[in-house]
Write a protein that binds this ligand. Structure first.
Ligand SMILES: NC(=O)c1ccc[n+]([C@@H]2O[C@H](COP(=O)([O-])OP(=O)(O)OC[C@H]3O[C@@H](n4cnc5c(N)ncnc54)[C@H](O)[C@@H]3O)[C@@H](O)[C@H]2O)c1
Length: 272
């Protein structure tokens, strides 16, 4: 019998990571939920096992080199050879300006979103390379390419994309693929909390998309599943937008001839 593929999902306790872990387990993978929130991670493990899937929880702080190395050792020793890594551990950022944004906040965002992704690639990719099988998916954001008032988060995501492209070429000879997904506004629990706190406007997030809706974690999980599948075996170094058409819509709607009103939407409130 062919052995079960082992996939590691950092940040698998919540949001996009939870949806990706659930999707990969439904496809037959043995999934390791690696998260700093043990209670959340264990809940996801219980749900996956409850639906007949295979999952384990291991704790990690992706910002810590020692913690990430310990995770990689533990997975390979106790679960099996890792074939898929999804780097979804991350934090969001609220709107901020250069002069008043604290360096502690800035460094926290970079240490988790960029350094965490870097450390996990560094720990797992050489192991995949030795076996000549592997697929890594990193999580970018539309703020990597469009200027938003997210002064640490956006540049950090641009760096994640650039790292992904570099590693795709470095590890191409080893048959290890690196790709990014680029979600738009995803309606996770964290995002809902920001909406409830008045820090994000749902009308604006939905309006700034071709499809007039927010992205779900499951939408992103489908893209991640595809990029890790054999159907994507010739795809490496790409950035896959999963944004309900945010990227084209944002410039279209802000054309000075439209004033933020879509010509064919029934909701005529301007999108600002
Ligand atoms: N929600 C969105 O709209 C959106 C859009 C684009 C990109 N993203 C990106 O998607 C990724 C996942 O975000 P989400 O919205 O699902 O967030 P989330 O808060 O729902 O999940 C993030 C998970 O990462 C874990 N985590 C945070 N710091 C960690 C650390 N140092 N070590 C280990 N685990 C840690 C958390 O415990 C949590 O379980 C992030 O990289 C985020 O930047 C999110």
């Amino acid at each position: 019998m062919e052995s079960q593929r082992v996939s590691v999902v950092t940040g698998g306790g919540s949001g996009i990571g939870r949806a990706a872990a659930t999707r990969l387990a439904a496809a037959g993978d043995r999934v390791v939920i690696a998260d700093r929130d043990a209670a959340a991670g264990q809940r996801v493990v219980a749900t996956i096992r409850g639906s007949g899937g295979a999952a384990d929880f291991l704790p990690v702080d992706v910002a810590s080199e020692a913690s990430v190395e310990a995770l990689a050792d533990a997975v390979e020793r106790d679960v099996g050879p890792v074939a898929v890594l999804v780097n979804s551990a991350g934090v969001l950022q609220n709107v901020a300006e250069l002069a008043t944004y604290s360096m502690d906040e800035h460094d926290k965002v970079w240490s988790i979103n960029y350094r965490g992704t870097y450390l996990c690639c560094r720990a797992f990719a050489p192991r995949m390379a030795r076996r000549r099988v592997g697929s890594v998916v990193n999580i970018s954001s539309t703020s990597a390419v469009d200027a938003m008032p997210l002064i640490a988060y956006g540049p950090g995501k641009a760096a994640v994309q650039q790292l992904t492209a570099i590693l795709a070429v470095e590890f191409g000879p080893d048959n290890v693929r690196f790709n990014s997904v680029m979600p738009g506004y995803v309606l996770t629990e964290q995002m809902q909390a920001r909406i409830d706190a008045g820090k994000r406007d749902p009308h604006s997030m939905q309006g700034h998309s071709a499809l007039g809706r927010m992205v779900t974690p499951e939408d992103v999980a489908e893209g991640i599943h595809f990029l890790c599948s054999s159907a994507a075996s010739c795809i490496t170094g790409i950035v896959l937008p999963i944004d309900a058409g945010y990227l084209p819509a944002v410039t279209y709607l802000h054309h000075p001839g439209l004033g933020g009103v879509h010509p064919r939407r029934t909701d005529k409130r301007p999108v600002t």
